[in-house]
Design a protein around this ligand. Structure first.
Ligand SMILES: *[C@@H]1O[C@H](CO)[C@@H](O)[C@H](O)[C@H]1NC(C)=O
Ligand SMILES: *[C@@H]1O[C@H](CO)[C@@H](O)[C@H](O)[C@H]1NC(C)=O
Length: 444
């Protein structure tokens, strides 16, 4: 760019011999600069103000700030001053500090889970937040500036498609192959359709490579209710994601998402809009997770549980084992269909392919970047798939109640297994999933 500009200047200088032509050109240039420069400067100045105002809304002042080695700043925000409570539907909300009860679970499973290696949050090495505060990742100006628009910052781009849904979508009533504006989302997921009140899974943590600046790769669970073809879908989502656009790096980060209108006007990632009420001073949503798994090396995983408080109807999230892992909750007020129960749970991966149709598929990886068939140690997994019943107890999901789907198994695929089918005793229903995206053999 700079080189081209220099060459252009040199050409101008050498071809403009007559002084009159130089003067005329200079005048024209000056005019052009005056006419175009003023609005550009104004827009830039306004942009800075707008960005700062946006940041002031997002970042509530903390009583302490922790500088993490990964570059994040974690603010310890008084619980009652967190951004969630700016939501108009929460005007009369009483902040909860814990659920009325945890779901009952099979203790044998819990003991086994504690024996495996757990991934945890990087910022813990640098400090901790005092009681009565919540740990919040501070949003930087650069985070906002990477977004294509302020309105889209922190939100999933609209998933609706003007294109007719393919058979796989209408076949199971599922919104899967929707085109975001010019973008195709690709999934490799397991799902179960039933009346459920929550779900739990243990998810291996990886740092997949992202092919484009605005691409992402995530691994999560979805708690869903409403219709997939209308505008009333309620979704609660949590997992880890790598998103250079949202966070400015390639680290996997704990994230949450919610919507009550099929991703249209409501909801966002993390605390980037009001809604999700955090209770934890130990777990920061949006903060990076470490260590991560490596191919042929140690596998690190994390357990996520989302369930509905049977008394108050709030949907709680816990990360890790036991009550110490409570993160916070999505208040009942936010939802329509989910104020009762969920009708579907999904577990798995999602990437976005921003390459235009007809060009090569994105090489953004899902999971470890390896296909499901490579199994333990090489492919990413979800293990111990469970759902929460109406009586607030966790139950292992039988393998035949789980269906799997991948839009393009040559790019990303999924393979389910049960307990020690593949030598993984104690894993219950589980699956491997993921892939490299673009490859000459199966994903052109
Ligand atoms: C909060 O309470 C006030 C007074 O009772 C009521 O007018 C208002 O509608 C309530 N707001 C919400 C969001 O429930
Ligand atoms: C959505 O799908 C359901 C069930 O397949 C159908 O009854 C309904 O008419 C559809 N609604 C729209 C808006 O297409």
């Amino acid at each position: 760019m700079a080189k081209r500009r220099r060459r252009w200047r040199r050409q101008r200088c050498c071809s403009s011999d007559p002084p009159l032509a130089v003067a005329a050109a200079a005048l024209l240039l000056l005019l052009l600069v005056v006419v175009t420069a003023a609005p550009v400067v104004d827009a830039a100045a306004a942009g800075r103000h707008v960005v700062q105002r946006h940041l002031d809304r997002i970042n509530k002042p903390g009583v302490r700030s922790i500088h993490s080695a990964d570059g994040d700043i974690i603010d310890c925000v008084p619980r009652h001053k967190q951004r969630a409570l700016d939501h108009p539907l929460l005007a009369n909300h009483t902040v909860q500090t814990q659920p009325s009860q945890m779901p009952a679970s099979a203790s044998l499973l819990d003991r086994r889970q504690q024996l495996s290696r757990r991934a945890w949050q990087t910022w813990h090495h640098s400090g901790h937040c005092p009681r009565g505060t919540v740990a919040v990742r501070r949003t930087a100006a650069s985070d906002v500036q990477r977004a294509r628009s302020l309105a889209l910052f922190g939100r999933k781009k609209q998933m609706r498609s003007p294109l007719p849904a393919p058979d796989v979508v209408t076949g199971n009533g599922h919104e899967l192959t929707m085109h975001a504006i010019g973008n195709l989302r690709q999934h490799a997921i397991a799902y179960t359709a039933a009346e459920v009140y929550g779900a739990r899974a243990t998810i291996s943590v990886w740092a997949p490579e992202i092919d484009e600046a605005n691409g992402f790769s995530l691994s999560q669970l979805w708690i869903l209710s409403g219709s997939f073809n209308g505008s009333d879908l309620n979704s609660i989502e949590a997992g880890w994601q790598v998103s250079p656009e949202l966070y400015g790096d390639n680290r996997p980060r704990l994230f949450t998402y919610w919507t009550s209108d099929a991703y249209e006007a409501t909801g966002c990632y993390n605390a980037l809009c009001p809604g999700f009420v955090q209770t934890s001073s130990r777990i920061a949503i949006g903060a990076s997770i470490s260590p991560v798994s490596s191919v042929g090396g140690p596998q690190y995983d994390m357990t996520l549980l989302v369930w509905k408080d049977p008394k108050l109807g709030n949907w709680w999230l816990s990360y890790g084992d036991g009550a110490g892992g409570l993160v916070g909750y999505w208040p009942a007020e936010l939802f329509t269909h989910l104020s009762d129960h969920a009708t579907m749970v999904e577990w798995g991966g999602e990437v976005v392919n921003t390459h235009p149709p007809g060009s090569a598929h994105t090489a953004t990886q899902m999971g470890s970047g390896h296909f499901a068939a490579e199994g333990f140690g090489r492919a990413a997994y979800f293990r111990n798939l469970e759902t929460v019943d109406a009586d607030n107890s966790l139950a292992a999901v039988p393998l035949d109640a789980i269906q799997t789907m991948a839009e393009d198994a040559g790019c990303y695929d999924i393979r389910k297994a049960y307990d020690d089918d593949d030598g993984r005793g104690g894993w219950g229903a589980h699956f491997y999933y993921g892939g490299p995206g673009h490859n000459t053999a199966s994903c052109p």
